[in-house]
Design a binder for this molecule. Structure first.
Ligand SMILES: NC(=O)c1ccc[n+]([C@@H]2O[C@H](COP(=O)([O-])OP(=O)(O)OC[C@H]3O[C@@H](n4cnc5c(N)ncnc54)[C@H](O)[C@@H]3O)[C@@H](O)[C@H]2O)c1
Length: 249
């Protein structure tokens, strides 16, 4: 094999569909052994089965640290090392439509355990084996919602993901682990089409510099770059991959 990820082991959370599935397929195509860490058993099994060799489905709830510890153990048992983690899983497509002032507290607590703390749970579960194997790299899935200031609890969790990214980049550097994030803009997945039905997407597209929705494939190159050795001196960075939705100076 001649892929950038030959002999590497990567865990992708929420890889049973959408953008996470595209990450898992691309990492696998570039030589990695891939763990599909997914809550939806049917979806996770189906992606792993279609990849075949070097792919394993591990039923995982990123909102539960006991489950993410089991995810890391299952990965080590199957492949013997962990080089990369993509914290992509989130409650998104079926997210409740409520504001910060009226969202049910039990729902909000679970949402934050998954969409914010999930990235920390997975990181804490993999950091020791990753460090012992010589180091590695982590990419968190943020969103342009983190910078919009008006996206309620979804944006609050993603703003936290950005903070986790910069803080963990510093806390994990002594283990030779880099931590970065990408912030996708609106991307054509079943989950996004549920959140913003097709008939309401025109104004969204018009607000972008590049006048089309993103696709999962648009995110693959940036994420594989951040995971790879090509980004050896890049850590604590949040990269917008958003067709120019957010412009910062
Ligand atoms: N699609 C977009 O427009 C867009 C834009 C910005 C950011 N994002 C982010 O990208 C990621 C993927 O989005 P998507 O559009 O592919 O949505 P998606 O719903 O297809 O992907 C999320 C995946 O996470 C899984 N998941 C949910 N809860 C889980 C849990 N507790 N443990 C493990 N897995 C769990 C789901 O089953 C699903 O497979 C999310 O983090 C989302 O917030 C998406």
């Amino acid at each position: 094999m001649t892929g950038r990820f030959d002999d590497r082991v990567a865990i992708v959370t929420g890889a049973g569909g959408g953008i996470g599935e595209a990450y898992a397929r691309a990492l696998h195509a570039e030589g990695a052994s891939v763990v599909i860490a997914e809550l939806d058993v049917d979806a996770g099994e189906s992606v792993a089965a279609s990849l075949g060799d070097r792919a394993l489905f591990v039923p995982t709830d990123v909102g539960d640290p006991t489950s993410t510890d089991a995810m890391a153990t299952a990965t080590m048992d199957a492949f013997g090392r962990i080089d990369h983690l993509v914290n992509n899983a989130a409650i998104f497509g079926n997210m409740e439509l409520a504001g910060l002032t009226n969202v049910d507290y039990a729902y909000l607590n679970r949402f934050m355990q998954v969409n914010l703390m999930g990235a920390l749970h997975c990181t804490r579960s993999v950091m020791r084996p990753m460090g012992k194997g010589g180091g590695g790299s982590i990419v968190n899935q943020s969103s342009t919602a983190a910078w919009m200031g008006i996206s309620g609890f979804y944006g609050l969790a993603k703003a936290g993901i950005n903070f986790l990214t910069t803080s963990l980049a510093h806390e994990l550097s002594h283990r030779n682990i880099r931590v970065n994030a990408i912030a996708p803009g609106p991307t054509d997945t079943a989950a996004m089409n549920k959140q913003v039905p097709v008939e309401f997407q025109d104004p969204l597209v018009a607000s972008l510099a590049i006048k089309r929705l993103g696709t999962p494939a648009d995110h693959v190159g940036p994420v594989l770059f951040l995971l790879s050795d090509e980004a050896a001196w890049v850590t604590g960075h949040v990269l917008a991959v958003d067709g120019g939705q957010i412009t910062r100076i």
